[in-house]
Unconditional design. Structure first.
Ligand code: GDP
Ligand code: MG
Length: 236
């Protein structure tokens, strides 16, 4: 996979975007980590971002923001739009990531067999590389179904998955319109949401998906890379 570079910028454009429900083929790559350690920490050649959350929270839209393409269908709907796990791959700056979009696996009405099928697919898509879970929630809405979302997440995937989880709040403009800083939102949010944030060691990012914003994507990718490098022993 190539990377376009201009003389004054090392930015890579998203290239060879793959959208599929099968794992991309990494060809000649020998393993999930590059052989050159960076500052004593192993750097994965490619890693996975799994977008999780309730229907309508903005998983697909956030995936599209990361990819700077729109492979995932994202639109307003009273019923779920995303029905299967999908994966798309991109290079952004120094990061080479697979973004996995998922249906709402936290819906209490979903049949356990269907949930298990999605979780199995998700794990399959992630199995050859390190993985970061991104829990997508709307900044301006906290629902009953989200109260025990960490417990649901750990029941579906594995205990301690919270140690690999970042919370991504969508609809950042709602905060901006209220002239509220993200830090103040986090500091003053209701106790149950605060408990969720603390369970994820306060790893939070804010997205506004209605327009492209490279810095929000960069912040997420840097947070994800730090997490992977700090959690290497927990990743498999
Ligand atoms: N204004 C705004 N709308 C958003 C944002 N993120 C998602 N949406 C909208 O919310 C709706 C549901 O988003 P979607 O990505 O389909 O949610 P999903 O079910 O979690 O995948 C869509 O109409 C999106 O355009 C955001 O950051 N700002
Ligand atoms: Mg979706």
């Amino acid at each position: 996979m190539g990377c376009r570079q201009s003389s004054n910028s090392r930015r890579c454009e998203p290239e060879q975007l793959i959208t599929t429900n099968a794992r991309p083929d990494y060809g000649s790559q020998t393993g999930p980590y590059t052989t050159e350690p960076q500052a004593g920490r192993r750097t994965p050649a490619i890693w996975n971002i799994v977008l999780l959350g309730m229907s309508g929270s903005g998983k697909s839209a956030s995936g599209n923001s990361i990819l700077r393409e729109k492979p995932f269908i994202s639109r307003p709907s009273s019923k779920p739009i995303t029905s299967e796990c999908q994966v798309a791959e991109t290079k952004v700056n120094d990061f080479h990531v697979c973004v996995i979009d998922t249906p709402d696996i936290f819906d209490d009405d979903i049949a356990p067999s269907v949930r298990d099928k999605h979780v199995k697919k998700c794990k399959q898509l992630c199995e050859s590389g390190p993985c970061v879970y991104v829990l997508v929630m709307q900044a301006s809405r906290f629902t009953d179904g989200e109260r025990n979302i960490i417990e649901k997440l750990e029941k579906a995937f594995a205990s301690k998955v919270r140690k690999q989880t970042i919370i991504l709040f969508t609809r950042g403009d709602d905060l901006r319109q209220a002239e509220m800083k993200f830090e103040d939102f986090l500091r003053t949010c209701q106790p149950e949401l605060k408990a969720i944030i603390q369970k994820c060691d306060n790893r939070c990012v804010l997205f506004e998906n209605s327009r492209q914003n490279d810095s929000q994507v960069q912040k997420l990718l840097e947070t994800g890379m730090n997490l992977i490098q700090n959690q290497q022993t927990l990743l498999y």
